[in-house]
Design a protein around this ligand. Structure first.
Ligand SMILES: [Zn+2]
Length: 154
């Protein structure tokens, strides 16, 4: 099954985003059985989000794309019993998994801890080069004036 959800429906994700994001995420859920007959759900999440670059503090686009196979376990079960690439997702006392919560966790896991532009795209590198330009000019504040005076005397 697949469906789309708005980021605004995921309060914990919204908390870590720099502004109220109206982006939509596309979610695919595929159900299957693992080698040991454990049920799992393969969760695909894709979408474009805005994150704040930790270097220049402006917004940057981030393409989220995560795929994880989650296997529901009871709280008294040992997650280590799961085999292969399956990851545990906790069921509630009724044996149900909160799908929205699961998706929210997956989105949070898929976000970078410290999002940053590529150096060439980052505004902070532009600020630095502008800064050095300014200080160079400051070294010779009257350089342009001398040229002007020379021209006038000719
Ligand atoms: Zn940046």
């Amino acid at each position: 099954m697949h469906f789309s959800i708005k980021v605004s429906e995921l309060p914990r994700v919204l908390e870590v985003l720099p502004d109220s994001d109206s982006s939509e995420l596309v979610v695919f859920l595929l159900f299957g059985k693992g080698e040991q007959a454990q049920c799992y759900v393969e969760v695909h999440i894709q979408g474009l989000l805005s994150l704040k670059c930790q270097r220049c503090l402006t917004l940057m686009p981030f393409e989220l794309s995560t795929v994880h196979r989650l296997s529901p376990i009871r709280s008294d079960q040992n997650a280590d019993d799961l085999l292969g690439e399956l990851e545990p997702v906790l069921m509630d006392e009724n044996g149900l998994v909160d799908v929205m919560e699961m998706i929210e966790d997956e989105v949070l896991l898929g976000l970078p801890m410290c999002p940053m532009h590529e150096m060439k795209d980052c505004a902070s590198s532009m600020i630095e080069s502008n800064g050095s330009l300014v200080s160079q000019e400051k070294k010779k504040p009257f350089a342009g004036l001398a040229d002007l005076l020379n021209k006038k005397s000719v």
